[in-house]
Design a protein around this ligand. Structure first.
Ligand code: ADP
Ligand code: ZN
Length: 518
């Protein structure tokens, strides 16, 4: 058996292991199983590649993403490792040739798609080989709770049944406690040693605030704190990416757009400039970032709310890879919540899938609305504990004031009810504030009991109330028109049985003009 450190140096050209790579590798070299939970970019691949090389025989890697599979194989081959892959996109001749080479002992590491591995003929063929280990990458695909569920992953428990003496390693970057338990159970990894590297990124300052005038807010933020720095600005739509990039250019910044609709050469050029020039700002959809390894990204800004905490963590995690201070900045508002809830209600997944998406969005909303330490909530989501508030997020640095929103919330909920639960928030606020609009007259909403009972709060304040009621699940968003409807949890509040504390959003710097009714 070859020495692991020697392989690290000679094959991969690195001097030292990152924790917990060394221990994981030792476990496998000793014949044990391992379960590795490590954030993206943490260095999972070496955890199985090195023991696959150090132990006699061929290492079998199960991976669900054919594109990434090919990338890893190419990278390994460049380092002189005899690596290959078997999947359905290859011509039959290719696969037959790989199988022959494997039997002859000419392959060190073989990547296989799960649907291929679980075929009877593949299993028969595998039985002839000397196998060094099985690595199950993206192990969360076995979880029905996760959004990447692959039914073929469920069959992977057969590895343990058919090859009980061969060490197995399962790896993932995404696993809350529930998913983690599911992986261990379904893959029969009860005896595996578990390695969890911390998800904490202490140098990132997390900040989330109310969306008022997003472009101005972004500009203030960049000018005041990151005028000379590289950063990424995420937007939901391609149109907004282009508009925002153009606008930042007009303000004198070196801002470049990036989204899947741009010409491949434009995308490559912009990406290269971001990587090689100083202080370039990339304005992008979530298409940007996979495999980008730029250590000195000083800020990641979100102009739209991500769909899940996983997505938020992954996108903000591209800031401050070098360990120096960095900012994760986001503005979000009522429209974000409504838009995402609508998108999910209208998606064509089955009911279970929609429910999961909703739960994930709710967790993200919880993080956005929380008034205590954000890092504690973020880490708890990944099953990581932070005993004390971090002192480096907006809520820690300037504690959030709350107010007794019981009365206001009752008015807001009553207004939804009195107008028949079929209007959007713009109109509801007009009614509360007693505005004489066409729509108010058309539906005779100046006659309902909630008309003009909300003159004590501004439009912005009412939006904040409605946002929090939607985010906390007291109000549902119905369809593409954004109709609001009361949800079950609103009942206790309406009946006077409970009270509610709301986050006091900072008042806008200028008085906002009442918006037009929608
Ligand atoms: P993950 O699969 O966890 O997202 P990778 O295995 O792709 O992460 O590794 C991320 C990056 O870190 C790669 O560029 C890899 O070469 C580098 N890396 C991994 N381990 C080490 C190490 N011990 N020393 C230096 N660089 C490392
Ligand atoms: Zn904090």
């Amino acid at each position: 058996m070859q020495d692991a450190t020697q392989i690290l140096n000679q094959v991969f050209g690195y001097t030292a292991f990152r924790p917990p790579q060394g221990e994981v590798i030792e476990t496998l070299l000793g014949g044990g199983d391992a379960f590795v939970l490590m954030p993206t970019g943490g260095g999972k691949s070496l955890c199985f590649q090195i023991p696959a090389l150090a132990r006699p025989g061929i290492g079998i890697v199960i991976s669900p993403l054919i594109a990434l599979m090919q990338d890893q194989v190419d990278a390994l081959c460049q380092s002189g490792v005899r690596a290959a892959c078997l999947n359905s996109t290859m011509p039959p001749g290719h696969n037959a040739e790989i199988e022959r080479r494997a039997v002859a002992g000419d392959i060190d590491i073989l990547y296989i798609a799960p649907e291929r591995l679980t075929q009877a003929q593949t299993l028969t063929w595998l039985a002839q080989l000397q196998i060094s280990l099985f690595a199950i990458d993206e192990a969360h695909c076995v979880s029905q709770w996760g959004h990447d569920f692959r039914s073929d992953y469920l069959k992977l428990s057969l590895l343990h049944e058919r090859f009980p003496t061969i060490p197995r390693i399962a790896l993932t970057a995404t696993a809350d406690e529930r998913t983690r338990a599911e992986i261990i159970e379904r893959l029969q990894l009860g005896n595996a040693r578990t390695f969890i590297s911390s998800f904490d990124r202490p140098n990132i300052d997390y900040r989330i605030s109310q969306k008022l005038k997003p472009k101005d807010q972004l500009l203030d933020f960049i000018r005041q704190e990151h005028a000379e720095h590289a950063g990424i600005v995420y937007c939901l739509s391609r149109k907004k990416v282009e508009a925002t990039a153009l606008w930042l250019q007009q303000q004198g910044f070196n801002a470049l757009p990036y989204h899947a609709g741009l010409d491949a050469t434009v995308r490559q050029t912009n990406q290269r400039r971001f990587l090689t020039e100083e202080a370039v700002i990339i304005v992008a959809t979530i298409a940007f970032g996979m495999g980008i390894d730029k250590p000195d990204v000083r800020f990641v800004a979100h102009l739209d709310l991500p769909k899940s905490v996983e997505a938020y963590y992954q996108e903000t995690g591209r800031a401050g890879r070098d360990g120096q201070a960095a900012t994760a900045w986001m503005v979000y508002g009522l429209e974000d919540v409504i838009k995402l809830k609508q998108m999910m209600a209208g998606s064509d997944g089955d009911e279970q899938f929609k429910r999961l998406e909703q739960q994930k969005l709710n967790a993200m909303l919880g993080l956005a609305e929380i008034t205590s330490c954000r890092r504690q909530v973020l880490l708890r989501y990944f099953g990581d504990r932070l005993p004390e508030p971090c002192g480096n997020c907006d809520n820690c640095l300037s504690p959030v004031a709350t107010w007794d929103g019981t009365d206001a919330s009752r008015k807001a909920l009553s207004c939804v009810f009195r107008t028949g639960q079929r209007f959007g928030v713009g109109h509801l606020i007009d009614v509360l504030r007693g505005k004489n609009t066409d729509k108010v007259r058309q539906f005779r909403h100046d006659q309902v009991s909630t008309f003009a009972i909300g003159q004590d709060l501004s439009d912005t304040q009412w939006r904040s109330v409605y946002r929090q009621l939607v985010a906390r699940g007291l109000i549902n968003v119905l369809d593409e028109y954004g109709q609001l409807q009361l949800a079950e949890p609103s009942r206790a509040l309406l009946k006077g049985e409970s009270r509610i504390e709301l986050r006091l959003d900072k008042a806008p710097s200028k008085t906002t003009r009442p918006g037009k009714s929608r």
